[in-house]
Design a protein around this ligand. Sequence first.
Ligand code: P5A
Length: 453
Amino acid sequence: MRLSRYFLPVLKEDPKEAQIVSHRLMLRAGMIKQQAAGIYSWLPLGFKVLRRIEQIVHEEQQRAGHIPMLMPTLQPADLWRESGRYDDYGEEMLRLKDRHKRDLLYGPTNEEMITDIFRSHVNSYKDLPLTLYHIQWKFRDEIRPRFGVMRGREFLMKDGYNFDLTKEDALHAYNRHLVSYLRSYERMGLQAIPMRADGGPIGGDYTHEFLVLAETGESEVFYDKEITDLTFGDRAIDYDSVEQCQAVLEEFTGRYARTDETHDQAIFDEVPEERRRTARGIEVGQIFYFGTKYSDAMGATVVGPDGQRVPVHMGSHGIGVSRLLGAIIEANHDEKGIIWPEGVAPFHVGIVNLKQGDNSTDSACEAIYAELQTRGLDPLYDDRDERAGAKFATADLIGLPWRITVGPRGLAANKVELTSRRTGESEELSPKEAIARLEAIYAPVLGSVVRDK
Ligand code: P5A
């Protein structure tokens, strides 16, 4: 993309309404625009990052064997009357009527609808296990929408639902989700710690929330510091292996880590004092096992091996896709702006032309721009007729992880400058070397296409 043709409405001044840094930077970098309390338009730069996050979530869900689909945002109230949640959900649910006076709601989650789909089409245990998911907008009429996309009213969630014959199988699905979530967050450059939590309106007493530690987080958390040393990394995992998935669960949930809802001071006190930590965290996902709560209420049964009908065991699993932008920025910024981790960067590299209109810098920039694209990279070429300082400030604010600076003096020696946004370090390289370096840096990010098994 050429910046002269893009739509990047950056703000010079700090917006007054933003209380936390991620909200401020998303507004300043021209990523979002508020349309009503907790409801945002996603401007091109914000939309690009949102799509990158979605892509990672899709790839990791499909790697785990989960099947993508799409359910609508509007749901008939009758489904929710079956489960009893139509009344229970209270004022957080946005209720509406169509022209025939039928009750509808804007879905805050999809347990009822997916259970309805399941009972309509699945009849035998032989069709299990089954995990379906979608990435769809949700609406929750939060009392206090705040912090930008962090606590929105309309927000994007990945929600997945597993259907299994037995509790053991459903717990394997739970573990599979835990592993796939660890991988997803790490690919986004985040450490998200699974913590024992409360089921809330979804139900079930076996549930973990994934928390990114941050001062601005809305949840209070208590944990054993040792848990922050764990990373999943690029280890191979067989998602069909009950033992392997169980081992990861045990490794990542074996130490004390709880939100305030389930915190137990007596157990916490057993952790050696020097390892005990109290902090704040941003909840970026939650997984639930709730057994037959919905299948009992809605008659979702299958014919089991002995010919008897049995209710299926279910769980649901959510990732806060739009909230993740805020969480990533909270964890990755400095006084100049955002510092995107490579895995989610809207553009992989910025090209700054120090002398727009000069034949040699213009043609060098064009050549670098074209070559990066040929190699599958996504550059943002700042071809505006602006001062160098203004171009650097924009690249820093919007958080591009790498910058290639092209000026007449360097070019005379066949050199450009490659600068890391995170460390600020620069290296003089030939254009060819700079491109090769970027290709190597992004190889792990680009080479992650997952095929159906
Ligand atoms: C699991 C999937 C559920 O709704 N049903 C389907 C279950 N879980 S949850 O914890 O309530 O939500 C899942 C994730 O969505 C994000 N989230 C939000 N993001 C932005 N604004 C909100 N108001 C909001 N509410 C929930 C969180 O990341 C949460 O973990």
